[in-house]
Design a protein around this ligand. Sequence first.
Ligand SMILES: C[S@@+](CC[C@H](N)C(=O)[O-])C[C@H]1O[C@@H](n2cnc3c(N)ncnc32)[C@H](O)[C@@H]1O
Length: 278
Amino acid sequence: MRGVVNVQQAEAWNGWEGTAWAENAARYDAMMGGFNEPILDLAAIGGHDEVLDVGCGTGQITLLAARRAGRAVGVDISEPMLTRARADAAEQGIANARFERADAEVHPFGKGGFDVVLSRGGVMFFTDPTAAFANIARALRPGGRMVFIVPQAGGPDSEYAQATAALAPLMRGPSPAAQGMGSLSDPDRIRAVLGDAGLADVDVRPVSAPMDYGRDATDAADFILSQGPVRHNLRDLDQAALIRVREELRDGLAPFAEPDGVRIRGSVWLVSAGQPTG
Ligand SMILES: C[S@@+](CC[C@H](N)C(=O)[O-])C[C@H]1O[C@@H](n2cnc3c(N)ncnc32)[C@H](O)[C@@H]1O
């Protein structure tokens, strides 16, 4: 891949965390899928639109966009994620989606080549967010629109904090791939970064949705324990401690178990902005 400035992120997302995510893509898509409709509804993709999905990962949103659009292109810095995305596109017979490895912060996108830019949580990891959004905005035609979600800062009262209280004392810092995850959790910062990047009509609104963590409390505990940030922080625990944490986590998740799965309400900022027309 030419032109990478986010070297640390490229290493992390091409390492064990990216591989583990790609291998569990269906579970991550189930977790994040409640946000698909709000993103796609706001993006209002037209049948001839050219769509760019930034930090597309294993490509669920790219493929959903492709079904509505003229063409969709997913870019991501992680080869394991893109391999999975291409396989899913082939399996679903979606011929108008393409996936490209790129650092979106500096990739030479064609000027004004896209009507819509989307991202489901793929735009928080840039070294220089203003430069990155200015670069991505250049790919939008005048009058084109950008719609993305970024995580809100989860407070101690959030359902996730309640359900995973067993992990709280062990979570000392972000995993390599999660560095930057909270960089756009403040709406004022989002507005400042997008404004400095030359985007207009910035709108930031809260959206929450049930996030699907697993079939039952045990399954959900195992999924959470498999996630990069948790694995990173628990890597030095011995077997006995790990078993204890797993049991406590399962007990914390049990109140959120419904007949068809464990659902925890998650909150994001749904952001839209436009490329000025003149
Ligand atoms: C939290 S994952 C979200 C993936 C996907 N959008 C989804 O919803 O499943 C973040 C993604 O952003 C990608 N990413 C991080 N930094 C990037 C960069 N500078 N350029 C392109 N992609 C990047 C990662 O490789 C990863 O696939």
